[in-house]
Design a protein around this ligand. Structure first.
Ligand code: COA
Length: 317
């Protein structure tokens, strides 16, 4: 497969670190030093499906196609206001497509899982043009009175269109059930028959544990993919890594013995946008002319589960 179009959409509201100082015992210096974040884009009046549709339309236009040319939609999403219908279904309606649409929830790794499904769909001959969207609003999952959580996240949507191609593609996906480390549980509607305890509350995360697991798992995935494809770390033009914390990206760069010029970042002004972070960054690179035909890009992400996803894609647009 090859990526033939990219797009992104950010919410209008920008929340700088200084905003948190007004209602929490925190400060700009702590947030910047520990995470690399200076501001984040946060949903206010927008619906997530509007951002997802905006990113999708941009990706389809960039591919030189129309919504009618799309024959499968995969959307990576953890939460949005609808439990059903799926977000991919809402996107289908909003952009005027008529193909089948399905959601994937692999937490922050979801975009890479969705891209891999798109590759399968194309390889099997079941689709020609697949729209892969990642749209997330993690700011709605966290407790905004908990300084260790709410400063970390931002919202947004990124999209790509994938079509048949002969560029290089290698992928690796892993899932290890580790619920204690990171979870978000919502109570369902009560019934007269429920006798069990049902916890409910904002997202829980053991930050230190996730940090260590993220660095180790991403480094392992990257090494495996490089070995498998016979590439050296420096053969990769850009490592488009999940943007959870600048220190995680720096630790991986350090481990690969590469300078940060190979590691574009958007966490400083987007925060952690969950599975949207990789396609948001990819679109930024593509639209700023930084990607040239033949460049090799390595995308890698980790998230709740614990899930990881990584792939090497050759830019043949
Ligand atoms: N402002 C000021 N102080 C804060 C703070 C804030 N916003 N948040 C936490 N602190 C305090 C803590 O209370 C703690 O204080 P104490 O030592 O008095 O108990 C201290 O800062 C250190 O906290 P700690 O949690 O040890 O910080 P850390 O260096 O591990 O950084 C994270 C915390 C969350 C930034 C970091 O662990 C991280 O990024 N983890 C990975 C998260 C991630 O990737 N999540 C996404 C998964 S997809």
């Amino acid at each position: 497969m090859r990526i033939v179009g990219t797009g992104r959409a950010h919410p209008a509201k920008i929340v700088p670190n200084s905003e948190f100082e007004k209602f929490l015992d925190t400060n700009d210096e702590w947030i910047r030093e520990r995470t690399g974040i200076t501001e984040r884009r946060v949903i206010s009046s927008e619906q997530l499906e509007e951002l997802a549709a905006e990113a999708s339309v941009k990706a389809i236009e960039d591919a030189g196609l129309t919504a009618k040319d799309i024959d499968y939609i995969i959307c990576s999403n953890v939460v949005n206001e609808y439990i059903t219908p799926s977000l991919s279904c809402l996107i289908q309606g909003a952009i005027g497509a008529s193909c089948a649409a399905v959601d994937v929830n692999a937490a922050c790794s979801g975009f890479i899982y969705a891209l891999d499904m798109a590759d399968d769909r194309i390889k099997s001959g079941k689709a020609k043009n697949v729209l892969v969207v990642a749209a997330e609003e993690p700011t709605r999952m966290v407790d905004w009175s908990d300084r260790s959580m709410c400063v970390l996240f931002g919202d947004g949507a990124g999209a790509v269109v994938v079509a048949e191609g002969d560029g290089e593609y290698h992928s690796r996906l892993t899932t290890t059930c580790k619920v204690d480390c990171l979870h978000y549980v919502r109570r369902l509607e009560p019934t007269p028959h429920i006798t069990k305890d049902e916890p409910s509350g904002p997202m829980y995360m053991n930050g230190k544990e996730v940090f260590k697991t993220a660095v180790l798992s991403s480094s392992r995935d990257i090494k495996q993919l490089l070995d498998e494809s016979g590439l050296k770390p420096s053969d990769i033009k850009y490592y488009v890594l999940h943007q959870a914390n600048l220190r995680i990206v720096e630790a991986i760069a350090n481990w690969l013995k590469l300078d940060m010029s190979h590691f574009p970042c958007n966490v400083n002004y987007c925060g952690n946008t969950s599975s949207a972070s990789v396609p948001l960054l990819l679109d930024e690179l593509a639209r700023s002319g930084k990607l040239k035909r033949g460049d090799k890009i390595l995308m890698s992400a980790f998230g709740a589960g614990f899930t990881t996803g990584a792939c090497i894609v050759e830019w043949v647009k």
